[in-house]
Structure formats: structure tokens, C-alpha cells
Write a protein that binds this ligand. Structure first.
Ligand SMILES: [Zn+2]
Length: 189
């Protein structure tokens, strides 16, 4: 312990201030402080070491404060963004299909892209999907089965052309529909 001497300073509990404060040592018996004067209120009184203050480093009381303050902070690491590898950890990577705009994908599906590698579908918006790849998230098309141009091929021509489909249709009927809207407007200008 620190060596005290009369006239020196010591932290003691002041009965008037009700606080542990710096005191000037007025009297000692051997190595024991018997009387001190409060540097704050100036009052003389018998030396009393504040409970736990003299023998213990003040750090002990601080660590208690830090520990309680650290408790709510401990919950934060759980909110850290999950790494890409962790996101794919529980997925069926082995069976991840190769990305194709013709295929339709669903949320949380893992796909294999020829350029970007493994990706995880994070959003589905109509014919577009957001896919998170290791480096960035891409918005790609999906569900384009054959593309819009080929789509009529899946549906047989309407009943109108069922019968005469194989026969040459009258030129006047076929050309009139698509060309007349485009050729008519110029006349107005
Ligand atoms: Zn005092």
C-alpha cells in the first residue's frame, strides 16, 4: 500500500459530504491514519476508509458498470449481415440449376450462373428476379419460355384459321389487317 504521512493526501469517506473525497492527513499512529481533514468541506474528523475503496482498485467498480453496459451491446453481433457462404450453407447447391431466362425461379432458390457463379434468388417480381451473387446482386429475367415472339407457337391458331390454315389465304384479308394502320396515318400530315 501507499505510504501515508501527516500532511499528505488520502481518499477517505467524509461524514459531512457523504462522499469519498481527498483528505489531508492530520494525525497518524504508526502507519495508521487516525485523523483527516476534508479538502472539500474543511471539516476534521476521524479517518474512515470508505468501504471497499482503500483496498480495492477503483477499476473493480468500473468493470461492473462496463459489464452491465456491455450486455445490450452483446446482442448486436447477431444482426451482422450473414456472409454469402452462410446464406448458401443450407441450400441445395449441388442441384442448383444453371441460370436460363427461359426457366422460372422462386424465392430462396440457388442457381448457377455461367458468369456470376452461384446465386441466391432474393426477390421475384413478375418476369424479373433479383439474384444475390458473391460480389453483387443482379436483376435478371426469368420465366421467358421461348420468349414473347415464340409464345403463339404454344397455342394453336384460333378457330378462325382452323379450316383454311393449309390453304393460301386470300392476300387481301391477310395484308389488310397489319398494314392498314401504318399506311393510313401519313395521309393526315
Ligand atoms: Zn467533507
Amino acid at each position: 500500500m501507499a505510504t501515508h504521512k501527516v500532511g499528505g493526501e488520502v481518499d477517505a469517506f467524509c461524514t459531512r459530504c457523504k462522499l469519498t473525497l481527498a483528505h489531508t492527513i492530520l494525525a497518524m499512529v504508526g502507519t495508521k491514519i487516525v485523523r483527516v481533514r476534508c479538502n472539500t468541506c474543511g471539516g476534521d474528523h476521524v479517518y474512515r476508509s470508505a468501504p471497499g475503496t482503500t483496498d480495492r482498485p477503483s477499476a473493480s467498480s468500473r468493470s461492473t458498470t462496463a459489464r452491465s453496459a456491455g450486455t445490450p451491446r452483446a446482442e448486436r453481433p447477431e444482426k451482422v449481415v450473414i456472409s454469402f457462404e452462410e446464406q448458401l450453407a443450407g441450400k441445395d447447391i449441388a442441384n442448383a440449376p444453371k441460370y436460363s431466362p427461359k426457366d422460372a425461379y422462386q424465392l430462396d432458390q440457388v442457381i448457377q450462373h455461367p458468369t456470376f457463379g452461384l446465386g441466391l434468388v432474393t426477390a421475384v417480381r413478375g418476369d424479373k428476379v433479383d439474384i444475390a451473387f458473391k460480389s453483387e446482386t443482379k436483376t435478371l429475367v426469368h420465366g421467358r419460355s421461348g420468349g414473347p415472339a415464340e409464345r403463339p407457337a404454344f397455342h394453336p391458331p384460333s378457330a378462325r384459321s382452323t379450316g383454311p390454315a393449309d390453304k393460301p389465304v386470300a392476300p387481301s384479308t391477310t395484308e389488310a389487317a397489319p398494314t392498314s394502320p401504318t399506311s393510313a396515318p401519313p395521309a393526315e400530315e
